[in-house]
Structure formats: structure tokens, C-alpha cells
Design a protein around this ligand. Sequence first.
Ligand code: SAH
Length: 355
Amino acid sequence: MRLKDRLIRMIETDGPMPVSLYMQTCLHDLQHGYYATRPGVGEDFTTAPEISQIFGELLGLWALHEWQVMGMPSPFTLMEVGPGRATLMRDALRAISGVKAGDEFLKAMQLKLVEASPALRKVQADTLSEFEPDFLTQIDDVEDGPLILIANELLDCLPVRQFIRDAEKNSWVERKVGVAGGELIWGAEPLDDLPFFTPDLNRLKGFELQPGLETMALTLAGIAERGHAMRALLIDYGPNHLPPEDTLRAFYKGEQIDPLAMPGECDLTVDVDFAQLRHQGEKAGLTVHGAVHQGPFLLSLGAEARMQQLTQANPETAQSIFEAAARLVDPKDMGDRFKVICFSSGELPAPVAFF
Ligand code: SAH
């Protein structure tokens, strides 16, 4: 049975489905889910590490620097959550191995990957085999000890709930997926209580909430509370101030399509609410830096110098190296829209490249 038919049957049995359950099922259903069965990283959508090697390299050097700030602990865990095709980590570890102190970092490092997709776990295990990664089911499964965590474009695929304000009735409804005439349709159901409230909310027409942002903050705070140094660098797209309204989007072979059209066959994504993420980090007791914009973040880590090295070493492909690097930092491209936030345990100084 196709996923669409199963979803229709589920909704006919249990009633309209919150967007979060729809998203979770479409992305992660083990039999038919997008990431579980046909993850199209680099095909349906592309990401910074797939655009330019500079991205992973600079994040690797960031991690090396933060490990030094922690006092070069050995052993320590380097964790990536949602590593996709492992391009970021491959580039990061190559860059680290090329600099002084890199050998010591690699000797002390225990590489842990948290990945929901069995298909991608296989790619990651192959690509990173020389570093002998362990796969964890969840972040929390990490052993006690110092931790540096990186996650790029993970948060945007955490399931979202969507709330819409009914201005006439002065009340809120939750957007749901229903069924009519054998097709999936958008609908909404009244809501007694909002799951959380901020004073500004009544000025909005609607807002989105990813419960996973709070879970992420609480999980990391739990690790930090165990008394070891912890840094988590989270990168994604989304606004810094107002909460996003309806940003659910579906991508199939690079084209944006209707999120209800091809469940399980396309990527589903939303904008990350960085103000909410920051709030959840602080509420959980973490030290929060950022969010800062990706462009200045990468530039202050040396993006321009690295780009020049690469173009000089590869004059025949200099133009494409330049264009790819420019996409990451250009404010009109990914430089502004993507944000970087860092959660840390309390005793550490500010991480590098956060102003
Ligand atoms: N970080 C990679 C891939 C981004 S795509 C890059 O920048 O190219 C999103 C990644 O997160 C995929 O690897 C996907 O399978 C994984 N993912 C999505 N939800 C997840 C979850 N709840 N837990 C762990 N991994 C998840």
C-alpha cells in the first residue's frame, strides 16, 4: 500500500492528523518514509556542505579550536546529528588532519553519528570508515564526557505544529491534514489551549511550533549538567525574530511542490524559529551564543582565505569554486537566511566566530 493510501486510512480511522504527525510519517516511516527509503540529499535539495567543501572544512577547524579551548580533553566525543551523505564530516576531518594539533584531536576523538535514516547510515559508515564511527539512536545515548556536536539542516526537518488565529472568533485552531473525496486536504480543528504562549502571540495570524526544539535544548542541557564541557553548533534557515507562520515546503528533484502531493517521496521542511530555539536553550539552563548569520560566521572563520587557496591551487575550476563559496556567504543567497547558534555548558568562554 502506498504511503498516501495508508495516511488516508489512518485519517479515516483516527480523524484529522496534526501537521507534525504527517511530517514525521512522511519523513521517517520505516517502510515508506522519505529519509528511510529514498533520501535525496543533493538531489531533491542541496545543502551547504554539498555546495562547497569550504563549509565542512571551516566547521572542522571551528571544532578543533573549541576542543583546544576545552583543554584538549582525551577522549572526547565529536558528534554529528543528521550527517546526510557525510560530506560535512568528511571535509571537516580532512581539514583537521591537515593542521597542527589535528593528529592529537583525531587520536582523542570518538566519532558518534545520530542518523534516523538506515539508507544514509550506510553511506556515512562507508564514507567515514577510517574514523570508525559509532551510530547512536539518540543524542542522549552518548557516554559521559566532553562533547562537541554539529548539526546542519537537521532542525528544519523536525516535525512542526501549525496554529492559525481565527480572527472572527478570536480563537486559535490547529492546522490538520484531513481527507475528502479520497484525497489529502488541509483542514483545521479548534484548540482549547495553546501549547505555549508568548505575549505577542495575539498580534499574529498564525505561528509554527517545533516541539523538537525544546527536546533538543533539554537533551543538551541534560548532558551539560553531567558536568562535562559541551558545545553544540546548530545551523539552519529561519528568522531570528518573529515566529514563522506557514513555512511548510516540499521539495522533489529541486522543485517546490505541494506538501500533500507526494507523501514519502519528497523532502518536507520548515523554517526554524531561532528566537524560540534561543529561548528554549536559555530556559533549559544552557549558555546560548547567537544566532548569528551564516555569512559573517563563515567569513570570520576564514572563508575568503580558504577560497583563495583553493582557486589558486585549481585555476581551471577557479570560477566554480568562487561561485560555490560565494553562495554560502552572500547575504542575498545563504549568508543571511541561514543562522548559526551555539549551546554550551556554563564554564566555557564564548565560542569563536560569534559576535
Ligand atoms: N547535515 C547534512 C544533511 C541534512 S538533511 C547536510 O548538511 O548535508 C537532514 C539529515 O537529518 C538527514 O541525514 C536525515 O536523515 C537526518 N534526520 C532527519 N531527522 C532526524 C532525526 N530526528 N534524527 C536523526 N537524524 C535525522
